[in-house]
Design a protein around this ligand. Structure first.
Ligand code: SAH
Length: 235
């Protein structure tokens, strides 16, 4: 099954962008995923194809119009479309690997890329848009955020990652950061690879990696350790 992404944007030229390269690019060529861009400008009002207007109540910037976006969403995703309708937004729930996995098991996603100050609230409510944030900082538009979301999803689609195992040990799977990696040369600027990794003892190696993972997570992301405890308590 091909995972289908519809991207509603004022800047269709920004796609596929980095999604046309490397792992995601090869997956696109194989047909593991497909995308269409739906240019918001094509649905603009009047001879100037207006898509935005000043905020009601005053204030800086412009707001994407509900009537224009409503039409774009309906064209890209008619009511029988079962794909989730997303709005990239700093007000959304922060994206997690768990949510990415859920998206990757579905048929696809419809993504609205915001611009300016944001989107008229009425269209968010009426079209049931799920707001998704990629982190606590402000981007100039939703396109880069949509690229981040799609990149994270695509690498999890069946057949996309060569080594199937390499998805399961990674940071955030099990709420742990990944252990450090090493490769040749054996000695670099006087620094050696930790001895255990060249010992050939797989049990010891696994144990070392798990300990490293736990120590790193404790030092850098105590929030993940706390989350893990609550999950373990629940089980
Ligand atoms: N005034 C808004 C920010 C608008 S930024 C606010 O304060 O909440 C313009 C657009 O960029 C947004 O509509 C959204 O689509 C996108 N964007 C900005 N930061 C983002 C983030 N952290 N995650 C996802 N999308 C983001």
């Amino acid at each position: 099954m091909t995972f289908r992404a519809s991207i509603l944007t004022l800047y269709p030229d920004m796609f596929p962008g980095s999604l046309g390269k490397s792992l995601a690019g090869r997956a696109l060529e194989r047909g593991d995923w497909a995308y269409e861009t739906v240019p918001i400008r094509d649905f603009g009002e009047g001879k100037h194809a207006n898509v935005d207007d000043t905020p009601a109540g005053g204030g800086a910037g412009m707001v994407l119009r509900a009537d224009v976006l409503g039409q774009v969403i309906d064209a890209a995703s008619p009511s029988q479309d079962t794909r989730p309708r997303l709005l990239m937004s700093p007000r959304g729930k922060p994206l997690t690997q768990t949510r990415v996995r859920e998206f990757a098991t579905g048929e696809g996603v419809v993504i609205v890329c915001g611009r300016f100050e944001g989107v008229d609230q009425r269209v968010i409510d009426a079209r049931n848009l799920e707001e998704v944030s990629i982190g606590d900082y402000i981007l100039s538009g939703g396109e880069v955020a949509a690229t981040v979301l799609l990149d994270a999803i695509i690498r999890l689609l069946p057949g996309v990652m060569g080594n199937e195992m390499s998805g399961t040990h990674e940071s955030f799977e099990n709420d742990l950061l990944e252990h450090p990696h090493y490769t040749r040369p054996a000695v670099w600027e006087g620094h050696e690879i930790p001895e255990v990794l060249t010992s050939g003892n797989h049990k010891k190696i696994a144990e070392w990696q798990r300990k490293q993972s736990e120590a790193l997570t404790k030092a850098r992301r105590p929030d993940l350790i706390a989350k893990r405890r609550t999950t373990l308590d629940k089980d």
